[in-house]
Design a protein around this ligand. Structure first.
Ligand SMILES: *Cc1c(COP(=O)(O)O)cnc(C)c1O
Length: 373
């Protein structure tokens, strides 16, 4: 038998979450953001669940090529644009739309030989200070681009730094709007947090929204709202089994560095999942884990291939019990159980984004089709 650790990818959850993005931004077109190999889920694996999107957004030409191999004929947007002039050959060949965020990218376009002009998304830096032209340089970039025969339509985009928090989007949105008020072209502004929190306004919503994390069922503004509050379902379940049990006395310790000390006689369950699988090594004692659908606390340091939990609240659990690291657990008394990746991430001082992207290649993955189809 292979090691019992596996990741399940739930196609129905992806479809459902995509629909949630549509509901939150009615009339807008939806880029399904599938960068970083679909946030660790696998582009080929999520494709069936997300193919109802209007386009796919990512950064790697190699990933774009994988989408074309799946026979996706619709729009693909390179969110970071080209990294060198030669990338434009690939954009022409694979019909990729690309962001333009600095002058050299325009220079490369100006000398690019192509039969078909490219659709580009001109990016404004409205305060994130990562990629894009500053508002005062934006118009000039737009004029240069629009004059090129290599360029078809120019769309306008920006990215919010604080859509998930109290600073909000107001300042950045106002800058964007003022700097491109009289420019033609479709607009794209909203990531997941902005789509869920701010896209009720048609002006903020624009023509294209760019949800990523919400498609995978993680809440972009946890803990203010959890995934359930946003109506999102986990697209990934990471599950394993208990492979060993130890009965320890008060004062005995568990694992490397003896971080956990029992205060009473305790049953410890050892789970086949460790940091070499992508589970965070810095998960502290108390990080929640489901055993047969019951919440139990982590006890002791995560090691390369194993982690340990305190089974005091799961007296019936033993070797072979099902363990949910995050996602959907087994039903208990007819009720489904859930452990949100966001809650696990919070215990570990990180975000659902990082945990899902980190699931390692040695973890077996299966795709769960809707209704067991
Ligand atoms: C990653 C990314 C997104 C999606 O962000 P989420 O927070 O995952 O929704 C949208 N736009 C750009 C430019 C991105 O890089």
């Amino acid at each position: 038998m292979p090691r019992p650790l596996e990741a399940l990818i739930h196609l129905d959850a992806l479809q459902h979450n995509l629909q949630r993005a549509r509901d939150a931004a009615p009339d807008a077109q939806v880029w399904a953001v599938v960068k970083a190999n679909a946030y660790g889920h696998g582009i080929e694996r999520v494709y069936e669940g997300l193919r109802a999107a209007d386009g796919f957004a990512l950064l790697d030409i190699a990933e774009a090529e994988r989408l074309r191999k799946l026979d996706w004929r619709g729009p693909i947007l390179l969110l970071e644009g080209t990294f060198e002039a030669r990338d434009l050959e690939w954009c022409s060949r694979l019909n990729l739309w690309h962001a333009v965020h600095h002058e050299a990218q325009i220079d490369w376009l100006a000398i690019h030989k192509t039969e078909w002009p490219h659709r580009v998304f001109l990016k404004m830096n409205t305060g994130m200070n990562r990629l894009g032209f500053r508002p005062e340089a934006f118009r000039n970039a737009w004029v240069r681009l629009s004059a090129l025969t290599q360029v078809d339509e120019v769309s306008l985009m920006t990215h919010f730094s604080d859509a998930d928090g109290p600073r909000g989007i107001e300042r950045q949105w106002a800058l964007f709007n003022a700097a491109c008020a009289d420019l033609p072209g479709e607009r794209s502004l909203c990531n997941s947090a902005a789509t869920l929190r701010h896209a009720a306004s048609t002006q903020v919503r624009g023509d294209w929204v760019r949800p990523g994390i919400m498609l995978y069922g993680s809440s972009p503004d946890y803990p203010e709202h959890d995934a359930t509050a946003w109506g999102l379902r986990p697209a990934m379940t990471l599950r394993s089994r208990i492979i060993g049990v130890q009965h320890i006395e008060a004062g005995e310790t568990v694992g490397y560095g003896s971080r956990y000390t029992a205060t009473q006689p305790t049953r410890i369950g050892v789970v086949a999942c460790g940091y070499a699988d992508g589970y965070p090594r810095h998960a502290p004692d108390g990080t929640p884990v489901l055993v047969d659908g019951v919440r139990v606390p982590m006890a002791g340091r995560v090691s390369m291939d194993m982690l340990s939990v305190d089974l005091s609240h799961a007296p019936n659990a033993g070797v072979g019990s099902e363990v949910t690291l995050w996602g959907e657990g087994p039903a208990v008394e007819g009720r489904p159980t859930l452990l949100s990746i966001d809650e696990v991430a919070r215990h570990c001082g990180t975000l659902g984004y990082e945990l899902m992207c980190a699931v390692s290649p040695r973890v077996a993955v299966s795709v769960v089709h809707p209704h067991g189809a």
